[in-house]
Structure formats: structure tokens, C-alpha cells
Design a protein around this ligand. Structure first.
Ligand code: ZN
Length: 502
């Protein structure tokens, strides 16, 4: 048995290495690569992915799992051995269902779809994108057909990002967000709150220097992390000792600051995984939703909270005296939390953000279920933007074409953003109970207590447990939108009461 376990471990270490190579190629594509290499890079990625898939689905992996399962049956499910066998079995069974041909078709359609989408978005023309979207949808339905035992075809797609969560469960959370947030947004939209000083001149050099001072306090160190410039901010966790985050700078806003906090949250999750899980499929986040709970926790619950603002704002005023010198902390805090319906998801505030997600979740379910013809998609998008957020969509580029997910076949991905928001508040409340001095610590710029608590209740477990169980362990409860909705209501009431008082 020991020998079989070592063999399995060696095999999955190879798969994990190859997956890290894929991610490194992707990081390089986004950050370093000369543009002319795009086509050859696509081939390199496809080769590396195919080899990783062949290694994972090798029948010998199945034989080793068959041999090891009875042996780990009596072990504590928390142990490394039991966890590795359980997780590899799951990955193996899923990977085996989908033929190499279909995988190659999906990858090619995603690459082509992305290229067409870039062009269509530039011209703001949905009809150019429509054939690529249709192809992606067809292939996704063929992918769904590789599986059985689901209640809803969407379950299969959601499972790739949020393992074991049913569509009906996700819908229960998102429906509730829609029901309660549409009226809240409508109520806040008419109120006056000045945030004009958040747009102006924020020299990029000063932004960089400020972030370089802030990041080490949060837990970033030059030995383990990198921060680079990129078009679409992201995090690449190659290993617990190789964390790469990226951001983009605008001279006119402070968006980079919040995007760095967001990506730092993703990176910290990967950084604090138990080092013993390195080079196994257990190193990494339990699901996209849980990953997003960590980025949102640092971006919003820390970053847009009053204690952290008390710590950071004097430094911001010093860095940008012309822009913020005359603005009080109160005004800054209110402005960065303003509820402001807008066209673009990635620019949305905490409250309106979820309605952008609800809309995409509903539309992609209707498309996959054949209930919404592709030709009607832009109109359906625009109609729902009006109904949920009260905004009029002027063109496809700022409407249905704004996000890249569908161009790459990423159906089922969107709901994880809102699930992450919901989980972030449940985990945050638990942190506050465990760390009574949290507010004081944040105000002093001491993040070690929070960082270590997150490591102990969540990060160190990596992918050992299902997202459901990981959530229970971290938050002490199942996913529940109640605390998140209470938080949004209380925070926006506080922000707007402050406004009334001036
Ligand atoms: Zn994120």
C-alpha cells in the first residue's frame, strides 16, 4: 500500500507540475509575451494541457486508486493520504469522461471565440460574435452530454468551478439577492453623494510607491510574490512559494489600489496552503466561490471598511495632496462605498455588482436550456439591465459584449462571483468573533491576526475538502445570503445617513 501511495503521489506530482507549466505559459502570455507569438503559444498551451490530461487519465491512476481506496477507508478523512485519494478519484473520474477530441475542440473554439470577441467588442457589433458564441454553446452541450446524474444541464458546467453545488442551490442564493437588492438599489439611486474627487489626477508613480509600502504590511514578500502590470488584473498561484498578482493603472482613478487588494486576497489563499500539499492537486483553493470570498474580503470588507480607511487615508492624502488634501476621511469613506448603478460589471460597487451577476446567470441558463434564442440575447440583456439597475445600455460593447467569459466557453463561471461575496461576509463575521481587536488592528495597519486566522480556518486546507465542507469549517455554517444582505443594507444606511448629516 505504501508503494502504491508513493506511485500515485509521483504521478499526480507530474500532473500538477504540468498544470503549473500551463499557468506559467498563461502568465507569460498576459504579462511578457511578444504579441506575434499568440498563435504558437496557443499550440504550446494545447500540447501541455493534452499531456497533463493524458497523465491524469492514465488507466494506471485508476488501478492505484482501486488499490488504495480500501486502505484509506479507515483513515481520518482529514489525513493527507485520505484526502489525496479522495480528490484524485474525483478529478480522475471527471477528466476521463471527456474525450481528447472534444477537449481539443473546446480549446480551439475558446481561442477562436476570444479573438472574434475582441474584434466584435471593438466594433460594438454582436452579430460578428454570434457564430462563435453559437459554436461555444453547441460544444458546451456536447460536454454536458458526457456526464449523467444531473438535475439540470447547467449543473455540469457549474460543477467545474463550484464542485458539488447544484444549480437550484445557486439559484436560491441569486434569486434572493435579486429580490432584495433591486429595491435597495432603486432606493439609493436618487440620493446625492459626492464622489467627484475620486476621478482626477493620481500620478501612477505615486500609486506604485503607495502599493509597494502597503503590500509588505499585508503579507506580501519579494521572495515569494510578484506584482506586474497587466490588461486584465489576475492572480496566478503557481505554487505556495510562487504567487504572481497583477494590476493595471489609470492616472485618473484609484482603481488599481482596490484591484491590488483583490488580487492580494486571491494570492494569500494560495500562499497559505499547507506547504506539505505542494505539487499535489490539494494545493489551491477549494472552489472559485471560496477563492472570490478571499479577494472580496480584502478588497471590500478590509479595503472599503472604516478601520482600514483610517489607517490608509492619511497616506493617500500625502501621496495625492492636490486631489485629496481638502477631502475629509468621512467623505472619502462614503465616496468609495457609493451605490451607483453602472453599465460595466468590473466597475460596479458592492451593492449593484451582484445584479450584474444575476443577469448573466439567468441569461446563460436560458441560452443553454434553449429558452432564449441567440438573436434575442442583446435585447434580453438590455431589458434586464433596465429592470434590475435602471440603466439604459447604449451599445453592445457596454452591454452583452463587455465580458470575455462567454467567448472562451466559460458558462457557469459567473455565479461564483456572487457566491464569493456571500461567503466573504459569513467568514468575516466569524473572524470578528474570533478576533475582538480586529478593528483596532486594521486601524494600526496590523494585518497579522486576520491573516493567520484565515490560514488556520481556511487557507491551509487547500482543496482537501469539498467547497461545502470547507465553507462549514471556515464560516461554521452553510452558504447563506442573509448575513451578506444585512451587511449591505446596514453599510449603505450608514453611508447615506452620514451624507444626510454632512
Ligand atoms: Zn477575483
Amino acid at each position: 500500500v505504501n508503494r502504491a501511495f508513493e506511485q500515485l503521489r509521483r504521478r499526480v506530482a507530474e500532473v500538477t507540475d504540468l498544470e503549473a507549466v500551463v499557468m506559467l505559459l498563461e502568465w507569460d502570455f498576459e504579462v511578457m509575451m511578444p504579441r506575434a507569438a499568440t498563435t504558437v503559444r496557443g499550440e504550446q498551451l494545447a500540447t501541455a494541457e493534452r499531456v497533463a490530461h493524458e497523465r491524469l487519465t492514465d488507466p494506471e491512476v485508476g488501478r492505484l486508486l482501486d488499490e488504495l481506496e480500501p486502505a484509506v477507508d479507515g483513515l481520518d478523512p482529514d489525513t493527507f493520504e485520505a484526502s489525496l485519494v479522495r480528490v484524485v478519484r474525483r478529478d480522475f473520474e471527471k477528466a476521463r469522461r471527456v474525450s481528447a477530441d472534444l477537449r481539443a475542440d473546446l480549446a480551439r473554439a475558446a481561442a477562436d471565440g476570444h479573438a472574434v470577441w475582441v474584434e466584435a467588442r471593438e466594433r460594438s457589433d454582436f452579430t460578428r460574435f454570434r457564430p462563435a458564441l453559437e459554436r461555444n454553446l453547441e460544444l458546451k452541450l456536447r460536454y454536458v452530454a458526457c456526464f449523467d446524474g444531473y438535475d439540470d444541464p447547467y449543473d455540469v458546467l457549474l460543477d467545474d468551478y463550484e464542485p458539488d453545488l447544484k444549480t437550484a442551490e445557486a439559484a436560491e442564493v441569486l434569486d434572493r439577492l435579486r429580490e432584495e437588492l433591486v429595491p435597495l438599489v432603486a432606493e439609493r439611486t436618487g440620493e446625492v453623494l459626492d464622489d467627484s474627487f475620486l476621478t482626477g489626477t493620481f500620478p501612477v508613480q505615486q500609486q506604485r510607491e503607495l502599493e509597494r509600502r502597503l503590500l509588505p504590511l499585508l503579507g506580501y514578500d519579494e521572495e515569494t510574490w510578484r506584482l506586474d502590470d497587466i490588461v486584465h488584473p489576475a492572480q496566478f498561484g503557481l505554487a505556495p512559494t510562487d504567487i504572481r498578482i497583477s494590476t493595471r493603472y489609470s492616472e485618473h482613478t484609484l482603481e488599481s489600489l482596490f484591484s491590488v487588494l483583490h488580487e492580494f486576497g486571491h494570492g494569500l489563499y494560495e500562499r497559505q496552503v499547507d506547504p506539505a500539499l505542494t505539487r499535489t492537486p490539494l494545493a489551491g483553493g477549494a472552489s472559485l466561490g471560496l477563492h472570490e470570498s478571499q479577494s472580496r474580503l480584502w478588497e471590500n470588507l478590509v479595503g472599503r471598511g472604516l478601520p482600514f480607511c483610517r489607517f490608509l487615508y492619511p497616506q493617500l492624502q500625502e501621496a495625492f495632496p492636490e486631489q485629496l488634501g481638502e477631502i475629509t476621511l468621512d467623505r472619502f469613506y462614503r465616496a468609495i462605498n457609493k451605490v451607483k448603478p453602472s453599465l460595466i460589471r468590473v466597475d460596479a460597487d458592492e451593492v449593484t455588482y451582484n445584479l450584474h451577476i444575476v443577469l448573466r446567470f439567468e441569461l446563460e441558463r436560458e441560452l443553454l436550456g434553449g429558452r432564449l434564442p441567440l438573436d434575442s440575447l442583446p435585447d434580453a440583456w438590455n431589458e434586464r439591465m433596465h429592470r434590475y439597475l435602471g440603466v439604459e445600455v447604449p451599445d453592445d460593447a457596454r452591454g452583452v459584449l463587455q465580458d470575455s467569459h462567454w467567448s472562451g466557453g466559460g458558462f457557469g463561471y459567473f455565479p461564483t462571483y456572487s457566491l464569493g461575496n456571500v461567503a466573504s461576509v459569513q467568514i468575516w463575521q466569524r473572524a470578528r468573533e474570533a478576533l475582538p481587536a480586529l478593528d483596532d488592528d486594521l486601524e494600526r495597519g496590523d494585518f497579522s491576526g486576520l491573516r493567520e486566522w484565515l490560514r488556520d480556518v481556511l487557507h491551509r486546507n487547500g482543496r482537501k475538502f469539498t467547497p461545502r465542507e470547507t465553507m462549514e469549517r471556515a464560516a461554521g455554517a452553510a452558504l447563506d445570503p442573509g448575513p451578506y444582505l444585512d451587511y449591505l443594507r446596514e453599510k449603505s444606511a450608514e453611508i447615506y445617513r452620514l451624507t444626510a448629516r454632512k
